[in-house]
Design a binder for this molecule. Structure first.
Ligand code: F0G
Length: 388
């Protein structure tokens, strides 16, 4: 039985999964994983991401699976979040609770397991920080060498610390994330000994689908919001919903809301400006995780927005900071980029696109300890202020 194949979403060319190039030989677009047997789906007896093994990598032998029990994250409801957004039924899905502190672990467990299955000894990625932390951790856990390309001086120290400590080979790139990503793509053209761990690897997308599977088991949301940068999540979430719908597991398809930072919003312009291609921008925002001006997954992401009749919104750095203060002050906490998720929902509620009785799931993509640059400028009090 062939459980999974690779297929080009643009020209429909098909390939078997025993190759490690994820670009279509005919048209160059990024391939999808197609699961051949969704109908006989059953849950496996793993916890977290691999509970959905039959929907993400049904054919892989257990002996290759590299897992640190990612997934199964909490869904929080808190009155401060409801008051701020003006939505009673808003839930925060906290992906910062994953082993390396971000949603990337869900995709990484699947992609690094596949690297093991294919017999790779080296992995490669470009990153704004979280991908590199997850790639370094999972690669080292599996006994593989990781190489991470980072925009020098432009990622959070905490994330860089993780990548170094987990044992990655750090390659400084004189430029931004988009330059680093372009370098990865160049390297892949010339070398076949590196296994790519960016979200142009479709196995990453398969793992990230499980965020949606978990939400849809607990809620029937009208909207699902999340911060959007390289558009891996946007791609994964739409694919998850298409599959759940095709299996008849859900009645209504929630609308996806992809939120970009104003200074890094080429996908917003592409969708809302009805352009036929994405126009790269020089990205600038305080939310370094989503400081991306040339997202690789824009075609699959567009399909997700179309399928769910979704929305692409943008928010200012000010709105991101304000939403972060509310999330942190509610005791939940997240990194700056994650707060775009709530900032965008508030903006759409204020303009009545989201109704006050709608149910909303907002995804917090990273942990509060991930990016401290912004948080260390606080107003400390003296002992006298507290006691007297
Ligand atoms: N939120 C956080 C905390 C992220 O680290 C990222 C992406 C995103 C949101 C955007 O997700 O790319 O799927 O649209 N970080 C990548 C990295 C690019 O290198 O860590 P996306």
């Amino acid at each position: 039985m062939v459980y999974s194949i690779l297929r080009c979403p643009v020209c429909n060319s098909e390939y078997d999964i025993n190759r490690s190039s994820y670009l279509c030989d005919k048209c160059g677009n990024i391939l999808d994983i197609i699961q051949n047997d969704l109908d006989s789906f059953e849950l496996s007896n793993y916890d977290g991401v691999w509970k959905y093994k039959n929907l993400i990598h049904p054919g892989i032998d257990k002996k290759y699976i590299v897992t640190k029990r990612e997934g199964n994250t909490n869904l929080y409801k808190n009155f401060k979040i409801s008051d701020y957004s003006g939505i009673e039924n808003i839930f925060l899905k906290h992906e910062g609770e994953n082993p390396t502190g971000s949603f990337k672990d869900r995709g990484m467990t699947v992609a690094v397991s596949e690297a093991m299955r294919l017999g790779f000894k080296k992995t490669l990625c470009a990153s704004t920080g979280n991908t590199s932390a997850a790639a370094a951790s999972y690669s080292s856990f599996a006994g593989i060498n990781s190489y991470v390309l980072i925009p020098e001086g432009r990622i959070s120290k905490n994330k860089l610390f993780q990548a170094i400590a987990y044992g990655a080979n750090i390659v400084n790139i004189n430029g931004d994330f988009d330059t680093a990503m372009a370098n990865v793509r160049e390297t892949l053209k010339k070398r076949d000994d590196f296994y790519v761990l960016n979200s142009l690897n479709p196995w990453r997308i398969e793992g990230q689908k499980t965020i949606i599977f978990e939400i849809m088991e607990k809620l029937e949301p009208d909207f699902i919001s999340f911060p959007a940068g390289n558009l891996g999540n946007t791609s994964a979430f739409g694919k998850a919903l298409m599959e759940l719908k095709s299996m008849d597991k859900i009645k209504n398809v929630p609308k996806l809301i992809a939120i970009q930072a104003e200074g890094a919003s080429p996908f917003y312009d592409y969708i809302n400006g009805k352009m036929d291609k994405i126009v790269p921008v020089k990205a600038e925002t305080i939310a370094s995780a989503i400081r991306i001006g040339n997202p690789v997954n824009f075609k699959k992401a567009k399909r997700s927005i179309e399928f769910t009749k979704g929305i692409v919104e943008k928010v200012s750095d000010r709105e991101i900071i304000e939403a972060k203060r509310i999330i942190d002050g509610s005791g939940i906490g997240c990194e700056p980029a994650s707060a775009a998720s709530l900032a965008g929902v508030k903006k759409l509620r204020d303009s009545n696109v989201i109704g006050k009785s709608d149910t909303v799931a907002s995804i917090l993509t990273g942990n509060i300890l991930k990016d401290l640059d912004m948080d260390l400028k606080y107003n400390a009090m003296n002992m006298e202020d507290v006691l007297f």
